[in-house]
Design a protein around this ligand. Structure first.
Ligand code: AMP
Ligand code: ZN
Length: 510
C-alpha cells in the first residue's frame, strides 16, 4: 500500500471505530488498539503533510487556538421555543394549530436536551463550520472546538447527502463526565462546576481546542435545515441524519398521533429521564409533517409548529437545622443551610446553598423552619420557599454572621456587593490553604504527592504560610506528617524543585 492508501484506510477504520464507540456505544476494538492506530495515522500524516485533511480522525485531539471567536450570521435563524407546563397548555396549542391545519396531525416527541445550542454546517459531505446560537440571528464560530467532539461526524456517507445543509442540536456534558471533571476540581482545590449546561457552553468558548478535546462532551442532534432537503417529516429527518454518517439523534424520539399520546410520552420520560446519561429539562413536541410546519410558520420568537413542555423540578420539604458559613479561597462567605436529611431524585440531600445575606432576608428563613428544597440541573440543591404555616412559635429572625467562623475576624461587605468577606487574607486558614492549592493546580498540575489534603496538613503544622514557603520545605520536615512515607516525601520535594526550575525558566520555556 502507498502512504496515501495507508492514510486513507486508517482514517476510514478510525472513523468507523469512533462511530461505534461514541454514537453506537458499542466499541469493537480496545482503547489500546484504537490509540495504536491513531498514533500510526498521526505519524504517517506528519511525514506526508500533502495529504492533510481537516476531517481526519486525528484532528479530534485539537491543538488549534482561537483568540477571538468570529461572529457569523445564521443562514436560517435559530428560533427559541414556546413553553408549556400542563396538558391544558398543550390542548390550547393543538386548538390553535387546528384552526390553521385541515386534516390529521402527527407529532414527533423528543427530549429537550439541556446544553448549548449548536448549528453544524456540512458541504460536500464534510463538516465545515459550527456556530453557537448567540441571539438567534448571529452566533460565534466555534468550529475548531466542535471538531474535537467525538460524536460529531466530520465526514458523511451516502448518495443522498445534500451538497450543503445545516443540522442543529445541543452540545451536552453527560453526568458521568461532569462528575469526573468535578472530582478533578476537588483534587486541585478549585471551585466545582455548578451544572453540566454551563460547563458545556463554557467549553465551547475555550481558546485552546486541545483543552476542549479532553472534555467528555457529546452532541445530540434534532433538526435539519437547508434548501431542497430529501425529507418530508421531522421524524424521517432524524432517521436520515443517523444514516448519513452517524449523527447522534437520540432514539428516544417517538412519532405519535394525538396529544393524548404526547402526554403518555411526557409522563413516561418525567420518570425515566432520571436514568438517562445526560440532563433533560423537558420534552419538545413538533408537528411532524414539514408541509404542515410551513403552513404554520413562526411567531416573532418561536416556531408555531413546536412546543416545549417543561418538567417540574422535584421539590421536597424538610427542616432547617442550622445555618453555617463557608469561607472560600478569596475570603467570600457562603451561608449554607444544614437540613434534616431528605431524598430528592434518588440522592440524599443534607445541605443547600443560601447564596448570601439578601437571599436569607428575602426568604425570611429561620432555624427550625420547614423549607421546600428543589434540585434542578444544579449539583447543589436550593431552598425555594419556607412553609410559614409550620413555623415554630418561639422562632426568631436569622441574624447573619458578624465574624469569620474560621478566624473570628469581623466580616466586611462593600457597597453593592452581595457577599460578605473575611478580610484576614494573610492568616485565615481556608484562604491561605485555598491560595496555595490554587497556585499548585495552576502552575504545576504534576507535583507528585501534593493534593488539597497535604496542603491542609502543611498549613496546620505551621510549615508553610504561602506558596513561596513550599520551596523551602525539606524531606525531614514533611516526614512526620500523617500518612507520609520516605518515598512520597522525596517525590513531593523533588516535584516542587522541578516546578520551581520551570518557573524560573531554567528547565523549559513554558
Ligand atoms: P429555550 O432555550 O428554553 O428557549 O428552548 C429552546 C432551546 O431548546 C433550543 O434553542 C434548543 O437549543 C433546545 N433544545 C433542546 N432539545 C431540543 C429539541 N429536541 N428540539 C428543539 N430544541 C431543543
Ligand atoms: Zn477568616
Amino acid at each position: 500500500m502507498s502512504p496515501k492508501e495507508q492514510i486513507q484506510s486508517l482514517r476510514g477504520e478510525l472513523r468507523e471505530h469512533n462511530y461505534n464507540y461514541y454514537v453506537n456505544d458499542n466499541p469493537t476494538i480496545s482503547d489500546f488498539e484504537f490509540d495504536k492506530k491513531l498514533e500510526q495515522l498521526k505519524t504517517l500524516e506528519a511525514a506526508h503533510p500533502e495529504f492533510y485533511d481537516a476531517t481526519s480522525p486525528s484532528v479530534r485531539v485539537g491543538g488549534e487556538v482561537t483568540k477571538n471567536f468570529n461572529t457569523v450570521k445564521h443562514i436560517n435563524r435559530m428560533y427559541s421555543l414556546d413553553n408549556s407546563y400542563s396538558i391544558e397548555d398543550l390542548r390550547d396549542w393543538e386548538t390553535r394549530i387546528k384552526k390553521i391545519i385541515d386534516g390529521d396531525i402527527q407529532y414527533t416527541c423528543e427530549l429537550k436536551y439541556d446544553g448549548a445550542s449548536i448549528s453544524l454546517h456540512y458541504a460536500n459531505g464534510k463538516f465545515v463550520q459550527a456556530v453557537t446560537r448567540g441571539d438567534g440571528n448571529q452566533g460565534d464560530e466555534v468550529t475548531a472546538n466542535v471538531r474535537t467532539i467525538k460524536s460529531v461526524p466530520l465526514q458523511l456517507k451516502g448518495d443522498d447527502v445534500p451538497d450543503k445543509f445545516e443540522i442543529r442540536g445541543e452540545i451536552v456534558l453527560p453526568w458521568d463526565g461532569f462528575h469526573k471533571m468535578n472530582e478533578e476540581r476537588v483534587e486541585q482545590g478549585l471551585d466545582l462546576y455548578r451544572n453540566p449546561r454551563n460547563t458545556a457552553s463554557g467549553s465551547l468558548k475555550l481558546q485552546d481546542s486541545a483543552e476542549v478535546a479532553k472534555r467528555p462532551l457529546d452532541c445530540l442532534l434534532y433538526q435539519l435545515a437547508g434548501e431542497n432537503l430529501p425529507v418530508k417529516s421531522q421524524f424521517d429527518s432524524l432517521t436520515l441524519a443517523r444514516k448519513w454518517g452517524g449523527f447522534k439523534a437520540p432514539q428516544e424520539s417517538k412519532l405519535v398521533n394525538s396529544i393524548k399520546e404526547v402526554f403518555e410520552y411526557i409522563n413516561h420520560w418525567d420518570v425515566a429521564r432520571k436514568e438517562l446519561p445526560y440532563e433533560t429539562d423537558g420534552v419538545v413536541i413538533k408537528v411532524n409533517s414539514l408541509d404542515q410546519q410551513d403552513e404554520l410558520g413562526f411567531t416573532a420568537k418561536a416556531p408555531k409548529w413546536a412546543m416545549a413542555y417543561k418538567f417540574a423540578a422535584e421539590q421536597v420539604s424538610t427542616r432547617l437545622e442550622e445555618i453555617t458559613y463557608q469561607v472560600g479561597r478569596t475570603g467570600s462567605i457562603t451561608p449554607v443551610a444544614n437540613l434534616e436529611a431528605v431524598e430528592i431524585s434518588g440522592t440524599t440531600v443534607r445541605r443547600a446553598s443560601l447564596h448570601n445575606a439578601d437571599q436569607i432576608e428575602k426568604l425570611d428563613i429561620r432555624v427550625g423552619d420547614e423549607v421546600y428544597v428543589e434540585k434542578g440541573g444544579e449539583i447543589i440543591p436550593k431552598i425555594v420557599a419556607v412553609d410559614l404555616s409550620k413555623r415554630p412559635e418561639n422562632s426568631t429572625p436569622t441574624v447573619y454572621a458578624t465574624h469569620c467562623p474560621e478566624c473570628n475576624t469581623a466580616l466586611v461587605r462593600t457597597e453593592g456587593d452581595a457577599k460578605h468577606y473575611c478580610p484576614n487574607d494573610m492568616a485565615c486558614p481556608p484562604q491561605v490553604k485555598g491560595r496555595i492549592e490554587h497556585f499548585i493546580s495552576r502552575k504545576a498540575m504534576d507535583i507528585d504527592g501534593i493534593g488539597a489534603e497535604t496542603v491542609g496538613q502543611l498549613v496546620d503544622a505551621g510549615l508553610i504560610h504561602n506558596y513561596a514557603d513550599l520551596y523551602d520545605l525539606t524531606v525531614e520536615q514533611v516526614l512526620p506528617l500523617e500518612r507520609m512515607a520516605q518515598k512520597s516525601a522525596e517525590n513531593m520535594i523533588n516535584g516542587i524543585k522541578l516546578v520551581n526550575k520551570c518557573l524560573l525558566n531554567v528547565c523549559c520555556s513554558d
